[in-house]
Design a protein around this ligand. Structure first.
Ligand code: ADP
Ligand code: MG
Ligand code: MG
Ligand code: MG
Ligand code: MG
Length: 613
């Protein structure tokens, strides 16, 4: 997760005193860098995914499951070939927030040729097997967004207990040991976010109300009523958000303008993918009344002070630093009031950017992400050479966790302008993850090649993000979406925006003369040379996406929730006990390895099994 600087992290008081210094130099660095690279042309499509795996210890004797805190040891082994200087590796490995997570990406990015879509799933499968080869006998690797009883001590292996007085979270539930210890970034961010906010983070997830659910359990158990809320699952540490896993895809554009178009066009697509990939139905051992983790991470890193969270206060900032995109960037966005939400931004920074030739929309975006203070600063990085360093820019950039991230080319590299698609929840099988990745990559090709326009007012994208997280959103929610997408930006027409089901948005709605996201991808592929094996792989992905979007197949969230609800030990009290969790994870492992069929999740679609050879 972001920049891993070397050196000694500063205390919060020192970090805070450098907030303006980091901002001022970060902006100067951005302006200098932008001037150097804005004309950069001729890069080709490259792209790659990121998967955050969980390592889990299943003890069949005790019938308990625990997150296994071995990421640091596993990474030591996983990164060996890379650190030894080997190139063209099949995968690369990075630390993540939690001590039970490892992040894997393909070793080299994919390019533009279509037969590579036949290797995505195999590469994911290979990544899984690389980890699997290093696991202890009782450990399993999962690609799932949540560990159900995260924050129900003991939930770690080895066992560690929270320390509300001395820990860097002050959490009632989260032990220091569950945060990755191999780099100071993670604990420093955690402490500084809490310090800046002036209190612990507070996460309140609506509790799934069942017949015998105690809606005031935390309060009855003595949790401070200033913190816990009736009818909600209460969590109080960064790890409850950043310790969840997701699927991300990064694309390289040909040039700056194309990167802006990709960023904008994918923004309204984010909530659609969020709903399709929903896989987070339970937190802290309780069933939630939501299916996604988005708002939970947002609250888990919300470093805003009380006044910044107060809509009546002049310093109000409407969103956490983890949030959906707040403003579009491309020229298209100037032709209609698409940017219709009040953007928290620093007017002086905006003016400085404008005076230095940065266009209006880019200046808005940068001055928006720069309303944040640094929450992680290393002593060796305070004084920088703005004529070549970019760390202060990266410092702020990498702690703005948006649904899309706009990534400028790193200086002196052969990497071009990139955008990152970040809304997806992680899926249990490589088959599903590969399907989502191939779908979004080909969607970008279709949108660019047909010159489609999916923009809607950004306030409606925010509404969709909320709706996407609701329980069974696929079945019950409608989303605002543009139906007249064939009018290009150049021949501008005002957007026609309708509320449609996920089925209609993905598969099309003839009554509204709306084509559908999957049909436009299929239309795009018709004109391409593509071998039959790749076509076969893709058509299985399209079946999955189609059946998922109609509700004929369950989301991961529904699949897991239904397992709990129908478990013989379930007491209609919303509780996911140790035994239920153990059985759920055992079941999910059988599904992910292909040992057991899961017709309600995957139908009988062929998928590469994740079984060890
Ligand atoms: P971050 O954590 O900052 O988002 P990572 O390095 O973990 O970034 O992952 C970036 C993803 O982008 C990987 O899948 C990688 O294969 C891919 N990638 C690497 N280089 C390029 C490039 N030039 N263009 C597009 N994608 C790239
Ligand atoms: Mg990550
Ligand atoms: Mg990464
Ligand atoms: Mg990252
Ligand atoms: Mg990423």
């Amino acid at each position: 997760m972001g920049l891993l600087s070397e050196g000694r992290p500063l205390e919060w008081s020192e970090t805070q005193s450098h907030a303006n210094h980091v901002r001022q130099h970060g902006i100067v660095q951005f302006i200098r860098m932008f001037r150097e690279i804005e004309q950069r042309q001729g890069d080709v499509l490259k792209w790659g995914d990121e998967i955050e795996y969980n390592v889990i210890h299943l003890d069949p004797n005790q019938q308990v499951a625990r997150v296994s805190l071995r990421a640091q040891e596993l990474l030591r082994q996983l990164q060996e070939p890379e650190l030894a200087g080997q190139s063209n590796l099949p995968s690369l490995w990075r630390p993540e927030y939690a001590a039970y997570m490892v992040e894997g990406t393909p070793g080299v990015p994919y390019g533009g040729s279509l037969d590579q879509f036949n290797t995505v799933e195999k590469n994911m499968n290979n990544r899984r097997n690389e980890v699997r080869a290093l696991l202890l006998p009782q450990e399993k690797i999962y690609s799932m967004s949540i560990f159900p009883r995260l924050g129900c001590p003991p939930f770690t292996e080895p066992v560690a207990y929270p320390d509300p007085e001395k820990s860097f979270t002050k959490s009632l539930f989260w032990p220091n040991e569950a945060t990755y210890q191999g780099h100071p970034r993670f604990r420093t961010l955690t402490r500084n976010i809490r310090e800046r906010r002036g209190e612990k983070v507070a996460i309140h997830v609506p509790l799934f109300p069942d017949d015998r659910t105690n809606m005031t359990e935390d309060l009855d158990n003595g949790v401070d009523p200033a913190h816990a809320k009736a009818g909600h699952i209460y969590m109080d540490a960064m790890g409850f958000g950043m310790g969840l896993s997701c699927l991300q895809v990064t694309f390289q554009a040909c040039h700056l303008d194309e990167a802006k178009v990709l960023y904008d066009q994918l923004t309204p697509v984010c909530p659609i993918f969020l709903a399709l990939t929903a896989s987070s139905p339970m937190f802290r051992g309780l069933l939630a009344d939501v299916d996604c983790r988005w708002d939970i991470i947002s609250a888990a890193v919300d470093d805003r002070k009380a006044e910044e969270r107060d809509p009546s206060h002049p310093q109000y900032i409407s969103k956490s630093r983890y949030a959906s995109v707040s403003s579009y960037l491309s020229r298209c966005a100037l032709k209609y009031p698409y940017n219709d939400i009040k953007l928290a931004h620093d007017p002086a920074v905006y003016e400085q950017l404008r005076q230095n030739g940065i266009d209006e929309l880019m200046a808005k975006h940068i001055s928006h992400i720069f309303v944040r203070d640094t929450v992680s600063l290393f002593s060796e990085k305070v004084d920088q050479d703005d004529s070549k360093d970019t760390d202060h820019f990266e410092n702020i950039q990498s702690t703005n966790w948006q649904s899309m991230r706009f990534k400028p080319p790193p200086p002196n590299s052969n990497i071009g302008w990139r955008v990152e698609f970040r809304p997806c929840e992680l899926q249990l099988t490589d088959f599903e993850n590969a399907a989502m990745v191939c779908f979004v990559v080909l969607l970008t090709r279709a949108i660019l090649s047909f010159n489609y326009n999916l923009l809607i007012p950004i306030s409606l994208v925010d509404v969709n993000m909320k709706r996407a997280q609701k329980r069974d959103a696929v079945l019950n929610q409608k989303f605002f979406f543009r139906t007249n997408m064939t009018t290009t930006c150049e021949e501008h027409k005002d957007p026609v925006v309708e509320e449609m089901t996920l089925d209609e948005i993905v598969n099309g709605c003839p009554a509204k003369q709306y084509l559908g996201l999957l049909p436009i991808v299929q239309e795009y592929l018709k004109d391409q040379e593509i071998d039959s094996s790749t076509m076969c792989t893709l058509s299985n992905y399209w079946k999955l996406i189609k059946l998922r979007s109609t509700g004929a197949l369950k989301t991961n969230a529904k699949f897991m929730r239904d397992f709990v609800l129908s478990h013989p030990n379930y007491g209609q009290d919303s509780k996911v006990s140790e035994k239920i969790q153990f059985d759920l994870l055992t079941h999910l492992d059988r599904v992910q390895t292909g040992e057991m069929k899961a017709p309600t999740l995957l139908a009988d679609l062929r998928y590469v099994t994740a079984k060890a050879e």
